[in-house]
Design a protein around this ligand. Sequence first.
Ligand SMILES: [Zn+2]
Length: 274
Amino acid sequence: MLELPEVLTLSKQLNEHVAGRTIEAVFLPTKPHKFCFFEPEPALFEKQIGGARIERAEGFGIYAEMIFDNGKRLSVDDGINLRLLTDDEVPKDYQLRLALSDGRNLVFTVSMYGGINVHEEGYFNKYYIASRESVSPFSDGFDALFAGRFAEARPNLSAKAFLATEQRFPGIGNGCLQDILFAARIHPKRKVVTLSEDERAGLLTTIKEVLGEMTRLAGRDTEKDLFGNPGGYRTVMSKNTVLSPCAVCGSTVVKESYMGGSVYYCSGCQKMVE
Ligand SMILES: [Zn+2]
């Protein structure tokens, strides 16, 4: 799933390689996917964005969005795979294909579930609004947001839940949080109320540093970009490193199921504190 570093990478690539092109044709899903959600129904896309010119793209939270010269916007959420392909490269099955004026295609597929939406500014969807209104970890306002979220934390809230649930920090999900918590030396299941002042400050710093590094390197190596290439950031705690030794202390990288997903952590560096 895309998280903030990948969404920012995708929007940057769309600005560099797709902005200025016009939508020549809209191709509907070749094989409907039960968990690909469209708004409105894709049959209406042609009327809304057919012939429109892509002016620019933006990335925020878990969304990447293209903005057209007719005021329409096309946004995709974190579950959509968006690729820029030649006609020869277009797969047989896709959820949406936009033929561009430069002869290439934007092709949308979904792995588990995802949403493709065409709308105007001010789209009303709770996840979209949370992402749109989110405070970027790279902006000045993030420290105050982080402090506020901490002040609201319930006693039983774990570090993983704090970072990745309830839309507290749209764009930080179950991928990025693993490396953030490793860098902060915090166990994913540790209750945030047990963190010392120094550990809280350290977590705030590592959120900015790790997301910054992931973004600078065009996303994580567990995700792919507009061209299908994996990101340049090598994940430290992920499916790619499980059971290998921790680079810092040599302990084994552990994978456990937790809160409807997996957590990866170093049992040496990230001690559980009750
Ligand atoms: Zn370690």
